[in-house]
Design a protein. Structure first.
Length: 412
């Protein structure tokens, strides 16, 4: 999309969200969920003030578990995530920020400028200051070999570079680019490969990257269809990885000389940290349970021996999830934490799930069935919340204007 010719205005669009005839609204009733998965109804600095922003599976037929040909319509910094800001305007309903994105996957911020990855095209877009925002192409990541769930996936930034996780011809890899130019005219510099050799497949590629409060770069790597590799600490698949920003292995990693931070994962796609620095990850299960985990250095999360919570009588050393959900209601991807609330994007569940940090046994869903598949939910630099839809990825049912970024009200 070309930049708008309109005079610069705040990024926020007051355009009401479209109503989809293919995804009728399910009503205002949300659900409160206990750890076991049962439900019960319940009530539901150049651009600093102008540009705050945007938002970003998994298996074989059971992977993203969306609307693919093998499944029926079914049922997504160097510090902790920012909390809600007094500068963030209050809204009662979701508002469209930008639309017309093609298979978007992730969002990162260069200062206050939002950058968005497109999985299949390999493009990185920056959003303009206009209202509604327009998407300008920054560049195309060289070497992206998009196929199935692979392609250009996660983005992250630090003060000097833009980082990207993508599927290449032979593997998944993490690269970084200098981000040249100024907002509105950004361009990608020459890429530097930080880590290659992460196994790839048509699904289970993981792909989320983010800087933790310790300044390290974390990445989620799926098992790439090789279940047993998740328990092999010599393999990079089925892991959460931890790197220094230059791609070297931190000296305090749990396994000396290895980027592996935790293992026994199937297809983790979300990572976030609370205000205490505790790390969480969302993970696709196979046919039974999707998971929310607290990530510990060196921890073993059980896949493929365990899906969801282990039988207490087995006496295993696996770390149980703090919450699990059926695969039909979740398929969790990106996540963020704002204040006391974890927010998780659900693909097949077509919703955003809220989990209170103060009571990890509870959760509720918002927007169920209203906007289709949700790939990511992010906190903007000024504390707003955004969700990224993912209906043009080959599994969804796109509505006019899809895919889009929506600004959503904060948790109650």
């Amino acid at each position: 999309m070309a930049p708008s010719s309109a005079s610069p205005r705040p990024l926020i669009s007051t355009t009401p969200p479209r109503t989809s005839t293919t995804r009728p609204r399910t009503g205002a009733l949300s659900r409160t969920r206990s750890r076991s998965g049962s439900t019960a109804p319940t009530r539901c600095a150049a651009l600093a003030t102008a540009l705050t922003l945007v938002l970003s599976a998994c298996t074989t037929p059971d992977s993203d578990r969306g609307y693919g040909p093998e499944s029926a319509p079914a049922e997504g910094s160097t510090s902790a995530e920012p909390t809600a800001s007094a500068g963030a305007p209050d809204i009662a309903e979701p508002e469209t920020v930008v639309e017309g994105l093609a298979a978007p996957w992730s969002i990162a911020f260069a200062g206050d400028v939002a950058l968005v990855s497109e999985r299949d095209s390999g493009r990185i877009l920056e959003l303009t200051e206009t209202a509604p925002a327009q998407a300008r192409e920054v560049g195309t990541v060289p070497g992206v070999a998009a196929s199935g769930e692979g392609g250009l996936l996660g983005l992250a930034t630090d003060e000097d570079f833009l980082y990207a996780y993508f599927t290449a011809a032979e593997d998944n890899r993490i690269v970084r680019f200098p981000l040249d130019g100024e907002p509105g005219s950004f361009a990608l510099g020459s890429p530097e490969v930080l880590l290659d050799g992460i196994p790839k497949a048509g699904n289970h590629n993981g792909g989320r990257i983010a800087f933790g409060p310790d300044g390290k770069l974390y990445a989620t790597a799926g098992d790439a269809g090789d279940r047993e590799s998740a328990q092999n600490r010599e393999a990079l698949s089925g892991k959460i990885l931890r790197l220094d920003p230059d791609g070297s292995v931190p000296e305090d990693n749990p396994f000396p000389g290895s980027p592996v931070y935790s293992f026994g994962h199937r297809n983790p796609q979300g990572i976030a940290w609370d205000e205490t620095g505790r790390m969480y990850s969302s993970e696709f299960g196979q046919n039974t349970w999707d998971e929310l985990n607290i990530i510990e250095a060196g921890g073993n999360y059980g896949w493929p021996d365990v899906e969801g919570m282990a039988d207490p009588g087995e006496g295993s050393d696996f770390i149980d999830p703090v919450q699990q959900w059926s695969t039909g209601e979740a398929s969790p991807s990106g996540m963020t934490i704002t204040g006391n609330t974890i927010l998780i994007a659900n693909l097949r569940g077509q919703s955003v799930r809220e989990v209170p940090v103060s009571d990890l046994s509870q959760s509720r869903t918002r927007y169920e069935g209203e906007y289709g598949r949700v790939r990511d939910v992010v906190t903007t630099p000024d504390g707003q919340l955004w969700m990224l839809t993912n209906n043009t990825d080959g599994r969804g049912s796109p509505a006019p204007g899809d895919d889009r970024i929506l600004r959503i009200p904060p948790p109650d």
